[in-house]
Design a protein around this ligand. Structure first.
Ligand SMILES: [Ca+2]
Length: 189
């Protein structure tokens, strides 16, 4: 009986791996290229509703569902995510966007979920960065780690990409934020 059980287990190893993913309330969306994406919005999923987590904990939670924090690669996907945030009146979310400083390969922003670079933040056409923030200057501004800027707190590099919902009267826009802040989150997988 034990041997049979072992055979069944080995024969179903792929099922076992899959079954290690937590099941959640996911949403499907098809982009204009015909690619289907699956998302988990933390406020729409019973187990994560009401949770606000630091960036690292949010990513770890997405991994439990075999997903990563969301990577936004088209204007259509950006609009879909922002509409969902607006509909639920969520104040802000974490995405998978990260800043790579002093990395071997490059300096700059990229989607850690997909490995795709975001492009120079100096070019406003790259992404959906806000024109303003806590210091009244365009994002990304690394405000918490820039002496002289309002809200400066030494050592808190703003290395994570959040979508804020009209926090500075700027609509739903991308902001660089220090990763220790706690927020709801969107997973993609
Ligand atoms: Ca900022």
């Amino acid at each position: 009986m034990k041997g049979l059980l072992l055979c069944l287990l080995l024969g179903n190893i792929s099922t076992l791996v899959l079954s290690q993913c937590r099941g959640g309330n996911t949403v499907r969306w098809r982009d204009p290229r015909g690619v289907t994406h699956n998302y988990l919005f933390s406020w729409e999923n019973a187990a994560t509703r009401g949770q606000e987590l630091e960036w690292g904990s949010a990513q770890a939670t997405c991994r439990q569902y075999c997903m990563n924090l969301v990577s936004i690669e088209t204007p259509g996907e950006n609009n879909f995510i922002k509409q969902r945030i607006a509909n639920a009146r969520v104040r802000y979310i974490w995405t998978s966007g990260r800043k790579c400083n002093g990395c071997n390969l490059f300096n700059g922003w990229f989607w850690s979920g997909s490995g795709v670079r975001i492009g120079s933040a100096n070019n406003r056409a790259n992404g959906d960065w806000s024109h303003t923030g806590g210091a009244g200057i365009p994002q990304p501004d690394n405000r918490e780690n820039t002496p002289g800027l309002a809200g400066f707190r030494r050592g808190n590099e703003e290395s994570c990409l959040s979508i804020l919902n009209n926090f500075y009267g700027d609509g739903l826009k991308w902001h660089d934020v220090a990763c220790y802040h706690v927020k709801p989150f969107v997973c993609e997988g």
